[in-house]
Design a protein around this ligand. Structure first.
Ligand SMILES: Cc1ncc(COP(=O)(O)O)c(C=O)c1O
Length: 287
């Protein structure tokens, strides 16, 4: 296992990183996380991710154990030690170590774990020919806007997709498409871009925000409203977004073709624009 971990204020090889079994993250899932991708050793959309981390922490009344400046310094150092150019940085913050009890303990020191792993390589074939998905019930809690480490319903839905050979499970709550298990979902119909609105039913994806911005810059009409599974199935194009795989065309849902069963023109255009955006910001910006 290659990679670097920063645990209990110390850098170490990923495989040696450990935390206490009394940590509230392990005991109660009392924590939040963030995932940031680097390109050419530069984290993309770092401020957006750190802003979302702040929001998640605030909602759990969890203090950030380091200043943002210090956190950025640690990220830079972990990245340097990993030697990876294209990496996934995980930040995980829990309420810390305390004897098990549900209510917040007094005077507990939050646990900060930072890891750097090599970025997963996503088969090009998926971008060229599109991915498949299933639709399944959204069984999560009602604060999906918090990037909580409690993601068991996401895990179970993803497993369901994996067992039938699908790439992602798209979730539906009360007949409304919310998002994927680790992605936001976009449907395109008659040239218009549809996606679920921000709120407590979805995670405000950093990639989603960039892609919608790019679409608006291209003068495309973006409609942030819920739509139902029937609308999804009858879309001309569907794609999903996340930090790791960026813009991924979805061409089959529940074994039914979407549009002509090929990645659509608008999807490919937005995917290309996103790549250009990444390139622009990761060749100029430094932490
Ligand atoms: C439930 C969920 N929705 C959406 C996303 C996409 O978010 P981002 O684009 O910030 O990676 C993720 C990412 O992991 C997620 O877990």
């Amino acid at each position: 296992m290659e990679g670097i971990a920063y645990v209990n204020d110390t850098f170490m090889p990923l495989e040696t990183g450990q935390i206490s079994i009394e940590d509230r993250g392990f005991q109660l899932g009392d924590g939040v996380y963030e995932v940031i991708k680097t390109y050419n050793s530069v984290p993309f959309a770092l401020e957006g991710h750190l802003n979302r981390l702040d929001r998640s922490l605030n909602m759990l009344e969890l203090p950030l154990p380091k200043s943002r400046k210090e956190l950025k310094r640690l990220i830079r150092e972990a990245l340097r030690r990993s030697g990876f150019q294209d990496a996934l940085i995980y930040l995980q913050i829990t309420r810390g170590w305390a004897p098990r009890q549900h209510a917040f303990p007094d005077k507990v020191k939050p646990t900060l774990v930072l890891t750097v792993r090599r970025a997963r390589s996503i088969p090009q074939d998926l971008y060229d020919h599109g991915a498949s998905a299933i639709v399944t019930g959204d069984e999560r809690w009602l604060r999906c806007d918090i990037k909580s480490i409690c993601i068991l319903p996401n895990v179970l839905a993803k497993e369901k997709a994996t067992r039938v050979g699908a790439f992602e499970a798209i979730l539906a709550r009360d007949d409304r498409i919310t998002e994927g298990t680790s992605s936001n979902v976009v449907a395109i119909k008659s040239g218009r871009i549809y996606t679920a609105p921000e709120g407590n039913w979805i995670l405000s994806g950093v990639t989603r925000a960039h892609v919608l911005d790019l679409a608006r810059r291209e003068c495309m009409i973006v409609i942030e409203e819920f739509f139902d599974p029937e609308f999804l199935m009858s879309a001309d194009e569907v794609f999903i977004t996340n930090t790791s795989f960026e813009v991924m065309p979805v061409v089959t849902i529940d074994k039914q073709s979407i549009g002509d069963g090929q990645p659509g023109k608008i999807t490919c255009r937005l995917g290309q624009l996103y790549k250009e955006e990444v390139l622009l910001h990761t060749t100029q910006t430094v932490l």
